[in-house]
Design a protein around this ligand. Structure first.
Ligand code: SF4
Length: 535
């Protein structure tokens, strides 16, 4: 069998509108899973797929990996596939919306949730039924949604993929065949799957989901936290990761190193160690055989994290600085002096993101289900700064039950966050996602006056923090799009808009020194001073 996997992530209406340099891990893991069961798999980008020259007839099946925000791009992709009568499958974070997808967008099968177990069963045991479109035979495989004679059938949620299996599947690494200029992309490499926050919003959520204060989700017995008698999904009320992926399972150092080495061999120069919380790495081993369902206790597994970083930084290309390593998100309650020192030893000058959401500990704990407050975040920022790391903070607005008091506290916290050493605050708008505690809530439009105040103060401080870039020379990868020229700092940081756009770089990616001469709250502006190397 031969399959084609399409990386549709963040293609929204058919074009990326932000984070042009990000390549999520999902499509590479899907292609790797297919290869694991002996299916020949090619991986291409959405842009490549939509070109006329791509011949679909040589494939038996096509799999799209997409997010909720990619519905229009998915629709266009399915329409293109229909011309070839090829079997289409859809997976990724969009999969929980299987009903809408199959009803209004189309496609043959949706792989719901984690895909490994469903794909393996499907391709190993049911491939004949799949190829002959004998879909009724597939209903015994968990994790599928199908359209059977105009009736949507969901076969139930799959089990979480066991870590032994995650370690056996080798993610697709031949990225130079897929992404034309692999140098500048940030390739996400999964180091662990799942999230450790199994606390929940302890409020009245309606729809028969009102918390009865049974305290199971804060129990000291970690396995008791897994189930809520009222069926409230675990984790922060706005996030589906704990439901989607379960408690953390750390991949082996060997498995991670193999993937990084493979990516480097195929041209990758920027690698993100991807995890909902990097500090959960190896923490699951500290509580084994219980599931890791407490976000703040025990403390990090210092030894596992240090060993992982030490081994990664022993790869010659990483050691000599040709390949840059980043981490993304961490939880503030796990940051202490010891972990700060370890992170600073290896990741100096790189950015690290922490979610504060709001500055009210009471609101965060009781309403969001996240037992982390301003005090934890300020302490973590200071520790990270002391170790030459660059903290970025997430806040969110428009959440259910956010009131004037919560907004006021959050607005007051902004100067404190910057004073402690924050480099940037990103303010997100709440969007209800399926399989979250807040899925049935709309965006909270009350308190617009405070939302505007919050936006204004964040813009003001983000702009002020960017002043330090003015006049600086930054090493960056420069890339030309149709209209613009962008610079992506080698050590990560704000996107650089480069003027004037030089068309002679249109088909290249170059490493260059860029001088910053203007700033805005969200980006900086620069000009090329010196080209170091072109690809
Ligand atoms: S959210 Fe669920 S598990 Fe937690 S206290 Fe309320 S009812 Fe109990």
């Amino acid at each position: 069998m031969k399959a084609l996997v399409i990386d549709l992530l963040a293609r929204a209406y058919g074009e990326r509108y932000t984070s042009y340099d990000v390549v999520g891990a999902g499509p590479r893991v899907v292609a790797g899973t297919l290869e694991y069961v002996g299916v020949k798999a090619d991986l291409i980008t959405y842009e490549e797929y939509m070109k006329e020259g791509v011949i679909l007839d040589e494939y038996d099946i096509i799999l799209f990996s997409a997010m909720s925000s990619d519905k229009i791009a998915l629709k266009k992709s399915i329409e293109r596939a229909l011309k070839s009568n090829i079997i289409t499958m859809i997976g990724g974070p969009i999969s929980f919306e299987f009903y809408d997808i199959l009803r209004s967008i189309g496609g043959d099968i949706v792989i719901v949730g984690e895909g490994e177990l469903s794909l393996i069963k499907l391709f190993r045991e049911y491939h004949k039924h799949l190829i002959s479109r004998d879909y009724e035979e597939l209903i015994s495989i968990p994790g599928l949604a199908l359209n059977l004679e105009n009736k949507i059938v969901f076969t139930g949620f799959p089990e979480y993929t066991p870590v032994d299996l995650l370690n056996k599947i080798r993610a697709y690494v031949r990225v130079d065949r897929v992404y034309r200029k692999p140098w500048y992309y940030r390739f996400y490499v999964e180091v662990l799957r799942g999230c450790s926050n199994f606390q929940r919003p302890r409020i009245n959520l309606g729809f028969n989901r009102n918390c009865i204060q049974c305290n199971k989700c804060t129990s000291q017995q970690l396995y008791i936290r897994l189930w809520c008698p009222k069926g409230i999904p675990p984790g922060c009320g706005f996030c589906s990761v704990p439901f989607h992926f379960g408690p953390p399972r750390s991949l082996s150092t060997k498995r991670i190193l193999d993937e990084i080495n493979g990516l480097i061999k195929h041209g990758a120069r920027r690698i993100v160690l991807s995890a909902p919380d990097f500090l959960d790495y190896g923490r699951d081993l500290l509580v084994k055989p219980q599931p890791l369902t407490n976000p703040c206790n025990p403390p990090p597994n210092y030894k596992a994290i240090e060993t992982l970083l030490e081994e990664i930084f022993s790869i010659p290309e990483v050691e000599d600085g040709l390949v840059k390593i980043f981490i993304e998100n961490i939880k503030a309650c796990l940051v202490d002096k010891k972990i700060g020192k370890i992170l600073g030893t290896y990741l100096k000058n790189t950015t690290i993101h922490m979610g504060l959401e709001t500055a009210s500990l009471r609101y965060n704990t009781e309403v969001i289900g996240k037992p982390i407050g301003l005090k934890d975040v300020l302490k973590a920022i200071r520790i990270l700064r002391k170790n030459k790391l660059r903290p970025y903070i997430y806040l969110i607005y428009g959440l259910p039950y956010m009131d004037e008091k919560v907004y006021r506290e959050t607005i007051d916290a902004v100067p404190k966050l910057f004073k402690a050493g924050t480099e940037k605050i990103t303010l997100y708008k709440f969007i209800p996602l399926p399989m979250t505690a807040f899925e049935f809530f709309g965006f909270n439009r009350k308190y617009n006056k405070y939302v505007q105040k919050l936006k204004n103060i964040i813009n003001k401080y983000n702009l002020k923090a960017k002043k330090k870039f003015l006049g600086k020379n930054i090493e960056a990868y420069i890339v030309c799009s149709k209209k613009r020229m962008y610079g992506y700092p080698v050590d990560h940081g704000p996107v650089i808009f480069i003027y004037p756009r030089k068309s002679r770089f249109a088909d290249k990616v170059c490493r260059a020194i860029v001088k910053i001469y203007d700033i805005s709250p969200r980006y900086v502006v620069g000009k090329i001073m010196n080209i170091i190397e072109c690809y």
